[in-house]
Design a binder for this molecule. Structure first.
Ligand code: SF4
Length: 344
């Protein structure tokens, strides 16, 4: 197993729920950015599979959680996360993720949890599940603990997750107000590192999402990518080949903006607006660009055995636990929960 150098660089931490194989939207919205952060060499990086979070909604059928955890870990590695540079771990295998939520849960007012925007939204949307339970209401405390255990300077998240980091900061502030250790803040407030998330439409033009069935998966073979692109919706104004169109009103145009070279993009604008190219040709170029991004990811994916993934996770779990324990020692001491000699 490669040795990771422990250093004093600012820490960065983020996680992802194991919801099965990832699509291009997941990749561009999080993973690609994590890899960029790792590759700058400026940060000590921790990225984890949030399997305990899956339990908050999937508690009635847990059969998918373990296989999906391994799939997502494999996706992390395929995208270019490097275990020599980054600690990749599984949340439930680092026991400190069970302890800190208990302590933080004691100090978090109920009202803070009830006003989390995604709480009501998910209860309304996931109507096939009973989410009126302690675990689901408390998941922002779990998330705050996941973050604060590593005392990271930055948490890279998309806009939709900003409220969670803000709540994490509030919980940290409240903890630091109640408990101090040699007059220092035990749980420093992390900052949001906003992940640029480009507009990435699915094949039907709506946001790419598994629930819409419009995804391009990062494991899709080339033929499948080309087939999906062929069926993709285009600018509705281009009914006939001779009608000019506008890439700014076309989901295929959006894909070009994310994945194609400046040269191809210029050809798309020119050809589309003058009806000089057909949509089939244009979609072929978009597919070429996608395949170029996906090929190295898929090659890396094929190069890992399950055993290697498990070993990488075990190593990441150990490294994460060592870091988390440093925080927990301070937390317990500040809360005066350190083991005491029993007086007779
Ligand atoms: S030419 Fe390309 S950008 Fe223009 S409408 Fe067709 S697919 Fe969309």
């Amino acid at each position: 197993m490669p040795e990771q150098k422990q250093d004093t660089k600012p820490r960065v931490l983020s996680g992802m729920r194991p919801t099965g194989k990832l699509h291009l939207g997941n990749y561009m919205g999080a993973l690609a950015n994590w890899v960029k952060l790792q590759d700058t060499g400026l940060y000590e990086c921790y990225f984890f599979v949030a399997d305990l979070h899956a339990l908050t909604t999937d508690y009635a059928d847990t059969s998918g959680i373990e296989p999906n955890t391994l799939e997502v870990a494999l996706d992390f590695l395929s995208a270019g996360l490097d275990p020599a540079l980054t600690s990749i771990f599984v949340q439930s295998k680092v026991k400190q993720h069970f302890e800190l939520p208990m302590y933080l849960g004691m100090i978090t007012p109920l009202g803070w949890l009830e006003r989390v925007p995604t709480y009501k939204e998910m209860i309304e949307n996931l109507t096939n599940r009973d989410l009126a339970n302690f675990g689901f209401l408390g998941y922002p405390v779990l998330m705050a603990s996941d973050i604060l255990l590593y005392q990271p300077k930055f948490v890279p998240v998309g806009q939709d997750q900003q409220a969670h980091v803000e709540l994490t900061r509030e919980i940290a502030r409240r903890f630091n107000h109640f408990y101090r250790l040699e007059d220092k803040d035990v749980l420093p407030e992390p900052q949001v590192l906003l992940t640029p998330s480009p507009k990435l439409p699915g094949t039907d033009g709506r946001k790419m999402s598994k629930s819409y069935g419009n995804t391009i998966m990062i494991t899709d073979p080339e033929a499948e990518v080309r087939k999906k692109l062929k069926g993709m919706v285009t600018d509705p104004a281009r009914v006939r080949r001779t009608d000019p169109g506008d890439p700014d009103k076309c989901p295929v145009g959006d894909l070009h903006k994310v994945f194609s070279s400046a040269e191809t993009l210029a050809k798309v604008y020119e050809g589309c607006r003058t009806a000089g190219i057909g949509c089939i040709e244009c979609k072929g170029w978009a597919a070429d660009a996608l395949v170029q991004v996906l090929n190295p990811i898929q090659e890396r994916r094929a190069s890992f055995t399950s055993k290697q993934v498990e070993e990488i996770l075990q190593d990441g779990n150990t490294r994460a636990a060592a870091r988390a324990e440093q925080t927990m020692e301070e937390v317990r001491a500040a809360m005066k929960l350190v083991p005491m000699p029993v007086r007779g």
